[in-house]
Design a protein around this ligand. Structure first.
Ligand code: NCD
Length: 300
């Protein structure tokens, strides 16, 4: 079954195939809609806050001609009454043809996949992974660069210890040759060892001009208050602030990404600069998730 649970499940060829399928989905979006998933139901179970991920999954299913059922607040879910996730999985798997889930506990998407009997798309499992975001990040990078062909320096900046989008995206880009990665964060919130590979990656504790000037992609992240000890959050909450002066040091064709939401990491003045690609990145979530739903349902 075509679950999407972790970046580790993908090889380079599959990543390329998904990106090609996402590019085809852009045509359906331009046309408005298709009947590809007519009669199919997507369940979105979102037990953590979300704007982009849930709405782009739902837009994706609607563009494919399917329907949606949704749980958007864990407080209104039987989980709050004490139901175990494996029971929820069996039930929702009986209602829907495919499930997208976000939860605060690593491994929850896997439980869903084990018990639901339908394909499951991991929309973020706590501080572990966010593979569908990783795929849309990869798609965004591939739209701007010849991924795997030209040498690329990708710098992940901010809160990397619990940053699930970075955990997934960095593992995916590493499936391609010619990639050099900088992880830029204070030591306390640096990338976990399991996502660090000394052959391609370097850790930096400060954002230097050299990193700004030599990166092709800078992937900034939010310092995630809800996942950190308050003391660590307070210490690092303003760790790296991108203003126009800083972004102007980037190469003209370099791109600045961010999974969003931003809090105070990127000044609004940066939005007007050519490097700012975070809104485009979020919109790329729709064709990528259309491809993942269509693959999950066996339609492509
Ligand atoms: C991210 C997430 O939820 O992990 N957002 C997203 O899905 N686009 C990052 C974040 O919340 O900071």
């Amino acid at each position: 079954m075509q679950h999407v649970l972790s970046a580790a499940q993908f090889d380079k060829e599959t990543l390329e195939e998904i990106m090609a399928q996402a590019a085809q989905m852009e045509q359906i979006i331009a046309d408005g809609q298709s009947d590809l998933a007519k009669g199919k139901v997507l369940a979105t179970l979102f037990y953590e806050p979300s704007t982009r991920t849930r709405l782009s999954f739902e837009t994706a299913m609607l563009r494919l001609g399917g329907s949606i059922i949704s749980e958007t607040d864990v407080n209104f879910s039987s989980i709050t009454k004490g139901e175990v996730l494996s029971d929820t999985a069996r039930i929702v798997g009986g209602y829907a043809d495919i499930i997208a889930i976000r939860s605060k506990t690593p491994g929850d998407a896997k439980i869903m996949a084990d018990y639901s009997g339908v394909p499951v798309l991991n929309g973020g499992d706590g501080s572990a992974e966010h593979p569908t975001q990783g795929l849309l990040d990869l798609y965004t990078i591939a739209k701007h660069f010849k991924l795997g062909q030209e040498p690329l320096t990708i710098s992940y900046v901010g809160e990397l210890i619990t940053g699930r989008t970075v955990h997934s995206c960095s593992q995916m880009v590493k499936k391609f040759p010619n990639i050099k990665i900088n992880f830029v964060a204070p030591e306390e919130i640096q990338i976990p060892d399991k996502y660090f590979d000394a052959t391609t990656d370097t850790k930096h504790f400060e954002l230097t001009d050299e990193i700004l000037e030599t990166s092709d992609v800078i992937y900034d992240t939010r310092i995630q208050k809800e996942r950190l000890d308050l003391e660590i959050y307070q210490k690092h909450k303003n760790a790296f602030h991108f203003d126009a002066e800083k972004v102007n040091k980037m190469k003209p064709h370099a791109i600045l990404m961010h999974p969003l939401p931003r809090v105070n990491e990127i000044a609004y003045e940066v939005d007007e600069l050519p490097q700012a690609k975070y809104f485009e990145q979020a919109i790329n979530g729709v064709p990528v998730r259309m491809a993942l739903i269509a693959r999950g349902l066996g339609l492509i």
